[in-house]
Design a binder for this molecule. Structure first.
Ligand SMILES: [Zn+2]
Ligand SMILES: [Zn+2]
Length: 225
């Protein structure tokens, strides 16, 4: 749906939102700056770190950030959220409160990976299945998809057929389940019962690596056969 996700748009008209991917942390996490092309208002999804580089992208595109949204509580997704929220004066939305213990231990997570500079974040709003979150001029549906992390959520724009899927599903792979709170059977159930029913035509941008479609993964992902 946009150049940055590696997908060609099939519409003659430009998609209403633009997604800029900013790989952050040694984990090359896909922090996303998403904004309304017309108003330049938007959000930052999963600012895991490298806050200065995220700020440069925001300034470079002239975006007014309304909020920070989080898919789950792992260090590479939340490590820069507190600093960025303080610098921009915006609220932090998500993830599901089942990730509260993970987020509370963000400095332990950082230490275990040899990282520094992460600060715990105190989300302004926890999310639940069925909630909606508005950013970039769009309404995103919230899907609670545990398995990789207990409080993992996915943000889905039903009309644009696009999702920010975090670390639930990747192009050719799935999220790891060996971290605290992870569970393989739960993750597979989240993918099969929450993500795949959204439709084969849905493009998703995961937390790591390239974008894909649910249809391509349903047919080819070795973890889903
Ligand atoms: Zn993760
Ligand atoms: Zn990750």
């Amino acid at each position: 749906m946009s150049d940055e996700t590696g997908q060609e748009s099939t519409n003659a008209a430009e998609p209403p939102i633009q997604v800029i991917v900013i790989p952050v942390t040694p984990f090359q996490q896909n922090c996303s700056l998403v904004f309304d092309r017309r108003t330049l208002q938007g959000a930052v999804v999963d600012p895991g770190g490298d806050v200065e580089r995220i700020r440069q992208a925001i300034d470079g595109h002239g975006v007014t950030v309304e909020k920070i949204v989080l898919t789950h509580g792992h260090i590479d997704h939340v490590g820069g959220a507190a600093d960025l929220a303080a610098e921009l004066g915006v609220p932090v939305i998500g993830p599901h409160q089942a990730d509260r213990p993970l987020i509370a231990r963000v400095q332990e997570q950082a230490a275990s990976f040899g990282l520094s500079g992460a600060r715990p974040v105190d989300p302004d709003q926890w999310l639940e299945e069925g909630d909606t979150v508005e950013f970039a001029g769009r309404v995103f549906e919230v899907l609670h998809c545990p398995g990789h992390a207990p409080g993992h959520v996915v943000f889905f724009d039903r009309e644009l057929r696009f999702a920010f899927s975090g670390d639930v599903l990747f192009a050719g792979s799935i999220g790891r389940t060996d971290l605290p709170g992870g569970d393989h059977a739960t993750l597979i159930r989240s993918i099969r019962e929450k993500l795949l029913p959204l439709g084969d035509d849905v493009t998703f941008l995961p937390g790591h690596g390239p974008a894909s479609t649910l249809g391509h993964e349903r047919q080819t992902n070795p973890f889903l056969q």
